[in-house]
Design a protein around this ligand. Sequence first.
Ligand SMILES: [Zn+2]
Length: 399
Amino acid sequence: MAVPKDNLERTTPLMGAGSVLRLIRDTEGMTRSDLARVTGLARSTVAQRVDALLAHELVYEGRASASTGGRPPILLTFNHRAGVVLVADLGATHSRLAASDLAGTPLAEEAFDLDIAAGPERVLQMVHEHFIALLAALDRSANDVRGIGVGVPGPVAFHLGQPVKPPIMPGWNGFSIPDWFASRYDAPVLVDNDVNIMALGEHWANWRGTDHLMFIKVGTGIGCGIVAGGMIHRGAQGAAGDIGHIRLAAHGETLCRCGNAGCLEAVAGGEALAHRLAEAGLDAANSRDVVRLVRAGDATAVRMVREAGRLIGEVLAGCVNFFNPGVIVIGGDVGQTTDVLAGAREVTIQRSLPLATGDLDIVASRLGDRAGVVGAAIMVIEHVLAPEAVDKVVQGAAA
Ligand SMILES: [Zn+2]
């Protein structure tokens, strides 16, 4: 649908360098004439915007390959090497860190054991030391860092970058993660719940054409990240998607760490499964042991995990009827076993309304362990390269 001319005239003066960069980022390269045609801006204005972006090395010029003979036009291409973003996906017991370019491509990654319960000072100091090592490996310095993204296993007040009463993160309640990094890097720091960044990563990498997505993480606990209308939906208090504490009526006697009984997580989460396998005499202390037993073909573990998948499916069926997602992506270490996926798929399809499941995909996470770092990088990049943010940088330098 064409934009009415009236609207175009009213909006084009607002199309600053940041909006022009947005257009260039979405393509393999554009000429100045392309930009004038697409934006409706005068050629002289396009030239100003492009000069500002060139001055900040956010775009570079190159010649397109000549296909029809003659002088090939000059293409403007996004310079994804104009800085790096540092990201940390912090789990309860293990973490993954990455340094990415401004297109979200990871340049260096590292995974290691890290106990989130050691508290913010010790954990963030360790993260910082690993960040420095990643930068050194890339021959980059703290000055090249354009933004930092952190995912944590608990609820987060997103606008403050502070965990809010996180059940498994003692010492972190109200701790400002951006403030901690402020003296070490001159870059914005964004913090979100780990499942939200996984949802964002999976959506960006594999489901960009799907507006409504649910990402279910089945690890030690069970959580859900929601992409609604292409955006992360956090809810009023950052607690949206906490499906692990939805009650299963048939399991009302099982106590949950949240204080209630019969929660999905208390019955079908990795920790609960490990506990029950240990009671059955098997060597299982955590979710990774559950996965190991399932992969080894242990019949008790396979049966238990498939049943957990069905229970997850019961809760998902309610979510599907309520939210009508285009895709449900299942991740987390336990979630990535085919048995959980099979159980969840079976019951979700069985119990949801046919209209809501007509085009519904229920799939395993393709990014796997890396969904969090990919999503955290995208969260930061979309923030620092948002048109308003770029305009500010460009104007700040001009002033
Ligand atoms: Zn609970």
